[in-house]
Ligand binder design. Structure first.
Ligand SMILES: NC(=O)c1ccc[n+]([C@@H]2O[C@H](COP(=O)([O-])OP(=O)(O)OC[C@H]3O[C@@H](n4cnc5c(N)ncnc54)[C@H](O)[C@@H]3O)[C@@H](O)[C@H]2O)c1
Length: 436
């Protein structure tokens, strides 16, 4: 039995807690939870007890190292706010544990360097939960790319709709110090996919972007209401950007009822002051083996999904995914992935095409895609991360600290480019010798 502990008992933690205490309880044991907020720890334990499970030993984060020793932990799961990933990864490895961290691995080059150095010195194993790799469509891209020969370039556009995109502007992500901004926090998934698909790494990055739609700058578009946070604000009534926490039991117990301990507000007005991240970003990347990518992330789109176009020496691969074709007003005030957040009025479709030269396009059928859990990726990733008897991984989906660093570096270089207006060489952020 592998003994797991988890630090950062928020929303994402719930997925790991469920997996460890149900589907994979035959091979793994969750022995401890840590968080600075006692109400969130208690909420997770209440859920377990409601399902007839024993509560898990709960610790304040100040006792993290002591917890690892006392509970004889083998693997630490890090699901905290991004800026704190590094401190737990390093402490876990120093204590002789392996670690699994949520993406992004961290939020700046200095902490990335410390993670890589500690990993090399201790020889411990760090895995990064790039769940998008496990989406059946993305696995199919990895398999089918060989059909289009040598890769010349990638054109990649990702749209977050006014429900999902807005959510990053309500809470800790809105401060770049916490999340690295969406180029690190969100686009890191996409940059990792491209590194993995192309088996390559970024060399030079140029970016242009700004806060256009949300924040104080966005008030000019005419959607802003005057309240600081939605809960209890009369002005938030009927606002499609206002999160309703009181009506949703999971949101209420994890956030609303936990506020008194740390003042963490989950439902800030997306147009309230203090946003230091961008919502519209264009990035140009040159890869070490010569390919280029034009990438765009928009966080205020009317629909949610993405387009990936890969140009090769023997044709072109095109992936188009519409996760939801619009945000229905009745479901606008929810959070993606939470109950009630997708209305039946919202439709989706997907298409993966190979377009050879001088021949009609060929559609690739993909089994196993689901509109839940990131295209069905989460359950597949959990099995791979937790089970010692997980099926073989011929596509190399399991991501390690080097993969975590490479995905992060595209975003960090893009952030640096936004700040300086110059193209940024990745090696100026982190010595290639350190990414090994
Ligand atoms: N891979 C994915 O698809 C995916 C999806 C959602 C979230 N995530 C990742 O999961 C992580 C958590 O996100 P979330 O949505 O659950 O956020 P959340 O706000 O619900 O939870 C964050 C938790 O971190 C805790 N925390 C705050 N400061 C801390 C500190 N100093 N030390 C330890 N814990 C601290 C908070 O109390 C809270 O319980 C993030 O890194 C995010 O990127 C990944």
């Amino acid at each position: 039995m592998t003994r797991f502990a988890l630090v950062g008992a928020g929303a994402r933690a719930g997925m790991f807690i469920r997996a460890l205490t149900t589907d994979h309880a035959d091979v793994a044991q969750l022995v401890a939870l840590a968080d600075p907020n006692p109400a969130r720890l208690a909420a997770h334990n209440r859920r377990l007890q409601d399902q007839g499970q024993e509560p898990i030993a709960a610790y304040d984060v100040s006792d993290f190292t002591e917890m690892l020793k006392r509970e004889r932990v083998d693997v630490v799961l890090v699901t905290t706010v991004d800026r704190y990933h590094e401190q737990y990864l390093v402490a876990a490895m120093e204590a002789g544990c392996d670690a699994v961290t949520e993406k992004p691995m961290t939020t700046d080059a200095a902490s990335c360097r410390r993670i890589l150095a500690t990993q090399r010195r201790t020889g411990r194993n760090v895995r990064v939960t790039f769940n998008y790799r496990y989406n059946p469509l993305h696995e199919a891209v990895k398999r089918e790319l060989a059909q289009i020969g040598e890769i010349g370039s990638v054109h990649f556009e990702w749209l977050l709709d006014v429900r999902h995109g807005a959510d990053y502007f309500r809470r800790w992500h809105r401060d770049k110090a916490n999340s690295g901004g969406l180029l690190v926090h969100k686009a890191g998934h996409h940059f990792d996919l491209v590194n993995w698909w192309l088996d390559d790494e970024p060399e030079t990055v140029f970016a242009a972007g700004r806060l256009f739609f949300y924040g104080e700058q966005g008030r000019r578009h005419g959607y802003a209401r005057d309240y600081e946070r939605a809960h209890g604000a009369a002005d938030a009534e009927g606002d499609p950007f206002a999160l309703r926490m009181a009506d949703e039991p999971a949101m209420r117990e994890l956030y609303l009822d936990a506020e008194r301990h740390d003042g963490y507000l989950r439902d800030r007005n997306v147009f309230a002051p203090g946003v230091t991240i961008e919502d519209d970003m264009a990035v140009l990347v040159r890869y070490a083996r010569g390919a280029s990518m034009s990438y765009h992330l928009t966080a205020y789109a009317p629909w949610e999904g993405y387009r990936v176009m890969v140009n090769g020496s023997r044709g072109r691969l095109e992936l188009e995914v519409v996760e939801t074709d619009h945000v229905a007003p009745a479901a606008a005030a929810g959070v993606k992935g939470e109950p009630g957040s997708v209305s039946t009025a919202e439709q989706g479709w997907r298409r993966l095409l190979i377009r050879p030269f001088w021949a009609p396009p060929r559609e690739i059928d993909v089994d196993g895609y689901s509109r839940q859990g990131h295209g069905g990726a989460d359950v597949r990733m959990l099995a791979d991360l937790i089970r010692p008897d997980a099926p073989a991984d011929p596509l190399g989906r399991t991501a390690n600290a080097v993969d975590g660093a490479r995905a992060l570096l595209t975003g960090l270089a893009a952030n640096e480019s936004l700040a300086t207006g110059q193209a940024v060489r990745v090696q100026d952020l982190l010595d290639p010798e350190e990414i090994k």
